[in-house]
Write a protein that binds this ligand. Structure first.
Ligand code: CDP
Length: 212
């Protein structure tokens, strides 16, 4: 994989499906770069909220997206639930999405290649990716995983509330007009409802190896 055209793996799927962990491990396994594209949307949402802007304003959101700096991705408050919620609100704006296309494609185009995870990698950003995996799991399983993850960090969380948030984010991400969450026609669907992290990783490696 070290020579020739960059090798690109696109990982898409709904909130809390385990895309991030999987994508990062695949990148390490194949010696590829890794980009968590959710972080871009999280950073824009966070910057807007911190500056008191209306997250639903497409013009300001687009300007913030155009001016996004790699430094902004190191903001400490990007991983939490609140930033995820802000991200999904700014991610509906075409102005925001189009401002981020060149950066993501540039990242994917550098040798030896990359793993990108998000919602529209296989459909919009890298339609020619060598491998596309759509990682999913039932809303209940995803909510359970997220609840356990937060509880392990000592947070007091309610499963029912997390499940409602997961459903709300699914509806917003799948229902938006621009680049909605959906599997590309040529993506392999990986349902991790009955798989642990190791099982999901092994299944993904089998999918990638079959296409190399
Ligand atoms: O890890 P989790 O799935 O909760 O969140 P994330 O991947 O960081 O994405 C946060 C939000 O950003 C999503 O709910 C999407 O609305 C948006 N997003 C997007 O629209 N397109 C991407 N390529 C990545 C994230």
């Amino acid at each position: 994989m070290a020579s020739g055209k960059p090798f690109v793996i696109a990982i898409d799927g709904p909130a809390a499906a385990g895309k991030g962990t999987l994508a990062e491990r695949l990148a390490a396994h194949y010696g590829l770069a890794y980009l968590d594209t959710g972080l871009l949307y999280r950073a824009i949402g966070r910057l807007m909220a911190d500056r008191g802007f209306d997250l639903d304003d497409p013009v300001i959101a687009g300007q913030i997206a155009e001016a996004l700096d790699p430094e902004d991705l190191t903001h400490p408050g990007l991983r939490g639930r609140e930033a995820g919620e802000f991200a999904s609100r700014v991610a509906v704006h075409p102005s925001v999405r189009s401002a981020l296309v060149a950066f993501q494609r540039g990242f994917a185009g550098r040798a030896p290649g990359a793993v990108l995870d998000g919602r529209d990698i296989g459909t919009v950003i890298c339609p020619d990716a060598d491998v596309k995996i759509f990682v999913t799991a039932s809303p209940e399983v995803r909510a359970r995983r997220r609840t356990d993850e937060l509880a392990a960090k000592g947070r007091d969380v309610d499963y029912e509330r997390i499940l409602a948030e997961v459903r709300e984010r699914d509806a917003r991400d799948s229902g938006r007009a621009t680049a909605p969450l959906k599997a590309a026609d040529d993506a392999v669907i990986l349902d991790t409802s009955a798989l642990d992290r190791e099982g999901a990783f092994r299944a993904a490696v089998a999918i990638v190896d079959a296409r190399r």
